[in-house]
Design a protein around this ligand. Structure first.
Ligand SMILES: [Zn+2]
Length: 467
């Protein structure tokens, strides 16, 4: 419920009373001295409120620190993006509320205006709002995640269309900040402005982000992303394959379990059903290795091919990016094999999809295979491709499902799909882990949703740098 603005004891923008002198340190004479302003900005005063700054931001984890975030200022975002609206407010009044609303900077050509002078609707936790209200409690930073769109899908689509049809394909938003229901004896904005008086509610307000240098641009440019589940093409193959292993049973004493005659007791299981002691030490407990041509104990698991595994991850990533509003394509949309003429074509058809659709991103998804129990994930980029290197690092920056291997990031010059034939600007090939390492394989099968989320997060770190 919305409370009505009341301001019986609101003394903002009035000269300070002589009685209050004692409450005001000398530094509160707001001179134009820039050092003075800096001093005031870190100063918490009773009964004086200074809304020092309001801006849009991205929340970023502080490197090497757990649970510590900073808000990095944004000068643009796309319609539909989730961003943080951050206010820095100094002063500790006994009472007071900070109210923020979004508006569009009006264009002289009114056909360019998206909101026709109406307040900008946005979502907070899925609920539609025209303003955010904070109770001032002595904190300095007030931040909330908002989604830059109205709730109604149709209205949202109309806005997207409108934005696309503007000449400049953008518009600018500013934030109006108001203080209400306060006992503060003085309110300032940016340390020295008293603000303008609103005729509607007789409160002073200040509009942040209206100056040319700090304007906030709302755009509708979203990258085209091609997700490429590896393999699944004939000719070619199903890629690597998980195994069904024969392993030694472990007795209560931690030793290999043997029967009365001294025979080693064994069992056979897929990577999904292997007990954890085998997953942790496959060299010790599995009989033989992944070299099925030599070790007859272990068979190929025809249900768990690389081709199917990477398809399942890819389709989840594809759907997630679609939900986030990106233009996404996938190079095959079923587990069934795509038929092409020869090996070269198997690579080219992927590149063709990317080239034809003028893709900005090409993400090929694979899992490794070896005859021994090597484990670990890595991302491959084309040797010398700086954009690929940056993307490789970004896309794995949130990946925790499989340990990241020593090879990461891996520069190669013999991966056709990343070569010149593929004109995509940002392209990498991800090896999620070894499907031939029981623990890697099980971790991937158990965490497909999480993998999709972590890859999307990593990709968005890169997108936010370039779009
Ligand atoms: Zn592969």
């Amino acid at each position: 419920m919305e409370k009505k603005a009341t301001s019986p004891d609101n003394k903002q923008s009035q000269p300070s009373q002589p009685d209050n002198k004692v409450l005001q340190p000398q530094t509160d004479s707001y001179s134009a001295n820039p050092n003075q302003i800096v001093y005031d900005m870190v100063h918490q005063d009773d009964f004086i409120i200074n809304v020092a700054d309001v801006y849009f931001a991205r929340k970023v984890l502080v490197l090497n620190k757990k649970d510590e975030y900073v808000y990095v200022k944004l000068n643009h975002a796309n319609l539909g993006d989730k961003v943080y609206l951050v206010a820095k407010c100094y002063g500790t009044p006994r009472k007071g509320k900070l109210v923020l609303s979004l508006r569009e900077i009006e264009n002289t050509d009114t056909t360019q205006n998206l909101y026709s002078n109406n307040p900008v609707l946005f979502l907070v936790n899925g609920e539609e709002k025209t303003e955010i209200e904070y109770t001032l409690d002595g904190s300095i930073t007030y931040a909330k995640e908002i989604e830059l769109r109205p709730k109604d899908d149709k209205k949202y689509q109309e806005l997207q269309e409108k934005l696309k049809n503007t000449k400049t394909k953008n518009t600018f938003l500013f934030v109006r900040a108001k203080i209400k229901e306060t006992t503060a004896i003085r309110i300032t904005f940016k340390s020295f402005f008293a603000g303008q008086c609103s005729a509607v509610d007789n409160l002073n307000y200040y509009d942040f982000l209206t100056e040319n240098l700090n304007k906030f641009q709302l755009k509708n440019t979203r990258p085209v992303i091609v997700i490429d589940p590896g393999h699944g093409v004939t000719p070619g193959n199903e890629g690597a394959q998980a195994r069904i292993y024969q392993y030694k049973l472990k007795g209560n004493n931690g030793e290999i379990l043997k029967d009365a005659k001294g025979n080693v007791q064994t069992k056979t299981a897929t990577v999904i059903d292997l007990p954890s002691y085998v997953l942790e030490a496959p060299d010790t407990w599995i009989i033989g290795n992944n070299d099925y041509s030599k070790s007859k104990n272990n068979k190929l698991d025809h249900k768990r091919t690389e081709s199917n595994m990477v398809y399942e991850v890819s389709i989840k990533l594809y759907n997630l990016l679609l939900q986030k509003g990106y233009n996404v394509l996938i190079t095959r949309n079923s587990k069934n094999v795509v038929k092409v003429a020869n090996n070269k074509e198997a690579i080219y058809f992927r590149c063709d999809i990317a080239n034809k659709n003028k893709a900005d991103y090409f993400i090929s998804i694979h899992a490794d295979g070896l005859t021994n129990f090597t484990s670990g994930a890595h991302v491959i980029y084309y040797e010398g491709d700086k954009k690929g290197l940056e993307l490789a690092n970004d896309i794995f920056s949130c990946y925790t499902v499989v340990n990241i291997g020593k090879k990461h990031p891996d520069a190669r010059n013999n991966v056709g799909v990343l070569g010149e034939k593929n004109q995509t600007k940002y392209k990498v090939l991800i090896e999620l882990g070894y499907i031939t390492h029981p623990k890697d394989a099980k971790s991937i099968y158990d965490n497909m949703d999480l993998i999709a989320e972590q890859l999307a997060q990593g990709l968005e770190i890169n997108i936010n740098k370039h779009f």
